[in-house]
Ligand binder design. Structure first.
Ligand SMILES: [Zn+2]
Length: 179
């Protein structure tokens, strides 16, 4: 469901049965909220109130960030298609991973994903982060070809392919935004 908020703009609330808490993501034109199944709208709204100030601060930062033109996005897509398939193949070869395909998307919500059939999907906005963080995202998705979850086994594997730096790299990536 959606409703209008005088500060945020359009607030979109969706339910994800796998969500364990209320996840709130500011966007330029509104606020995207993911709620767990059974959460009442008043509970969701109360949660938004508790975080209103910090969410507005994040939204303000987003609004002030220069937006890419469609031409710039196309250039980035071109560069991503040129670079990412090679790098994924290299890292897979180096660490002995197998994947069945790679797609590059204009994804603004996530850096990458890995399907149950081990097809990897990467956001073209990866072209805007430093190389070691591109590698982190690629290795993250490659590790999902072995463990399709974020279990301790997954993170242990991540640590072996990143020299024990998996969590530090993950924290560093949090400083960047997709679009
Ligand atoms: Zn993951």
């Amino acid at each position: 469901m959606t409703y209008q908020d005088s500060d945020f703009g359009t607030v979109t609330v969706t339910v994800n049965p796998r969500a364990r808490s209320i996840i709130m993501r500011p966007e330029v034109g509104g606020l995207r909220v993911t709620a767990f199944r059974g959460a009442s709208l008043s509970f969701v709204k109360n949660t938004i109130e508790r975080f209103r100030l910090s969410l507005l601060k994040k939204q303000k930062a987003l609004r002030e960030r220069p937006q890419l033109t469609s031409e710039e996005i196309e250039q980035m897509r071109h560069a991503a298609k040129e670079f990412l398939p090679r790098r994924v193949a290299e890292l897979a070869y180096m660490h002995g991973f197998r994947y069945t395909g790679l797609t590059i998307r204009n994804s603004k919500t996530r850096w990458g994903s890995c399907s149950i059939r081990n097809t990897i999907s990467l956001s073209l906005y990866l072209m805007q982060v430093p190389e070691h963080l591109q590698d982190y995202v690629i290795l993250h998705e490659l590790c999902h070809t072995v463990h399709h979850d974020h279990s301790p086994r997954f993170w242990a594997l991540m640590d072996t392919v990143t020299d024990g730096k998996a969590h530090a790299l993950r924290a560093e990536l949090h400083k960047y935004h997709t679009a």
